[in-house]
Design a protein around this ligand. Sequence first.
Ligand code: HPA
Length: 273
Amino acid sequence: MDLLLQQISAAADYLRALSFEQPRVGVVLGTGLGELIGHIKISHSIPYHQIPHFPESTVESHKGQLILGHIGDTPVIAMQGRFHYYEGYTMQQITFPIRVMKALGITQLLLSNAAGGMNTAFKKGDLVLLDDHINMQPENPLRGLNSPVFGPRFPDMSRPYDPALGARLQAAAASHDAEMKTGVYVSVMGPNLETRAEYRFLRMIGADLVGMSTVPEVIVANQLQLPCAAVSVVTDECDPDNLHPVSIEEIIAVAGMADKKLSSVFATVIKGL
Ligand code: HPA
């Protein structure tokens, strides 16, 4: 635990030494979703491997750099590429950047991801605001010794996604003529996509969307009492009764098509924070 605290301090100190002002908003960009970077007046782009104790992204579609800059007047810190459990990292590694961003002073966190749409009302390219989640990953980032610095041992999860941030995202989407649905996200380990029987099961337990990320970061954000919101881009339609094969290339391509819309919505919200 002390080691983790020291590592967080070392990473935060390294970033503070770049003498960028205190970031207000943290952003985690999901698979194929990097266009928000184009909205940032960039002060620093730092490859993850230069930051002490940061894991390195192993997935090609994830760039692996931390961006410091401004959107409007709002100082932001954005992760271009995140870490997934299926890459072999521990949950503590996956969520390390969230703790570092919080140590730097962010007061809000926005996350995006690419997800399979199991709700038949969802179509490829749709934006869906997460209203709640189900954690089906085999591990929890809060397992093990807990420091009071992080927050409570047993964090409340009755409202894991901040309603006020969610309302801002909905309003921003409306201002861009982009429809934003809402749904429940289930996180699985991956990296394989699901079988028809698994989609049927995940739908039955109450999930509208399935993906391989986000939930560990959101659990840690909740423990840190850091308000967060997350938006999924539906990259494939997962109707078990009419399932078509899907490849990661297609998932990335569909995410790319919705990226502009999502990035405009995020930028609008961030400017107002
Ligand atoms: N399943 C799991 N993760 C995903 C999917 C999916 O269908 N699509 C995008 N990420």
